[in-house]
Design a protein around this ligand. Structure first.
Ligand code: NAD
Ligand code: UDP
Length: 316
């Protein structure tokens, strides 16, 4: 049994990860300041004596002897990470530094949840890990994009200077149950709009693309990355390379929900990447046959099912 710290563990991805690691027989400390995470996401785990929920902000140090750290603490949707941009940059930098300090002290392995946003609005397609990106350092998305880039730098420097046992994953758009209904991300927006009979909001022309990964595939990739040989640090892309335009996504949600909602077009947010698709050759090679197993239609059905239950319970 390992003792594992998951920062941001009460969030969308973190809560799925905590559940998985607990089911694998580990002891979990779930750390969260509940900015975008909710105790409700992990309430079904609280009775388990091997699960501990701690309210804590990662910009402050935290000390507890653990074997592994998954560092996920950071709001992920543009609406939330731009709400307090300075706090987002602090969470990325100070959070990473505090967790690296803890990993150094206890010789723990530590995995950083980085993002495809480090590639910015990419002019290389699909994006391999060697690509350095095309990122605006002074825009509205910069607190997140540059914050995550700086965290990657810190991780690599702790590895080079102090031999800390690090792993960096770059997560591409991920969706699934427990996404917040109001965080503005496209999958949750479209599903909630469709279920309520509201029009689906397409930003820009809707021809921009994203590649959507179901959360269970990501969690599998995270656990496998943590268990790669010592010499492997990443960065490693984790995503589903099948690419869709936002118009195609909207049509799929309309078909699967059977809604009578129509499309309405809204302005494109600034620095919105035109296309995004992971090159997952490295993940295929390093993660022993890892491959996204759940394709968009199946994942959307499961996510729609979750939001239907939320609607019935009066929570939307
Ligand atoms: P989320 O917003 O649901 O989860 C983030 C969690 O971190 C929340 O529980 C939040 O309360 C917590 N948190 C935020 N600031 C904190 C702080 N200062 N101290 C302690 N806790 C704090 O988002 P998510 O989609 O679950 O994302 C999890 C991680 O994965 C993030 O680091 C995000 O950048 C990364 N990521 C997500 C995606 C995606 O598509 N969902 C893509 C790329 C990267
Ligand atoms: N988007 C959209 N309608 C929405 C929300 C988002 O058309 O209601 C677009 C957004 O402009 C972007 C894409 O969908 O091009 C993905 O947005 P999201 O915020 O989910 O992820 P990110 O931009 O961070 O990849």
């Amino acid at each position: 049994m390992k003792r594992i710290l998951v920062t941001g563990g009460a969030g969308f991805i973190g809560s799925h990860l905590c559940e998985r690691l607990l089911n694998d027989g580990n002891q979990i400390i779930c750390l969260d300041n509940f900015f975008t995470g909710r105790p409700r996401n992990v309430e079904h785990l609280i009775q388990n004596p091997d699960f501990e929920l701690v309210e804590h902000d990662v910009i402050l140090p935290y000390t507890k002897e653990v074997d592994e750290v998954y560092n996920l603490a950071c709001p992920a949707s543009p609406v939330h990470y731009q709400f307090n941009a300075i706090k987002t940059a602090k969470t990325n930098f100070l959070g990473a530094m505090n967790m690296l300090g803890l990993a150094k002290k206890f010789n723990a392995r530590i995995l950083q949840a980085s993002t495809s946003e480090v590639y910015g609005d990419p002019n290389l397609h699909p994006q391999p890990e060697e690509y350095w990106g095309n990122v605006n350092p002074v825009g509205f998305r910069s607190c997140y994009d540059e914050g995550k880039r700086c965290a990657e730098t810190l991780f690599m420097d702790y590895y080079r200077q102090h031999n800390v046992r690090i792993k960096i994953i770059r997560i591409f758009n991920t969706y699934g149950p427990k996404m917040l209904p109001n965080d503005g991300r496209v999958v949750s927006n479209f599903i909630v709009q469709a279920l309520k009979g509201d029009d689906l909001t397409i930003f820009g022309s809707g021809n921009q693309t994203r590649s959507f990964q179901y959360v269970d595939d990501l969690v599998e990739g995270m656990v496998r990355t943590m268990n790669t040989p010592e010499y492997f640090t990443g960065p490693i892309n984790l995503g589903n390379p099948v690419e869709f335009t936002m118009l195609q996504l909207a049509q799929k949600v309309i078909d699967l929900t059977g809604t009578s909602s129509k499309l309405i077009f809204k302005p494109l947010p600034s620095d919105d990447p035109k296309q995004r698709q992971p090159d997952i050759s490295l993940a295929r090679k390093m993660l022993k046959g890892w491959e996204p197993a759940i394709q968009l239609e199946q994942g959307l059905r499961q996510t729609i099912n979750y939001f239907e239950n939320e609607l019935k319970a009066g929570r939307l």
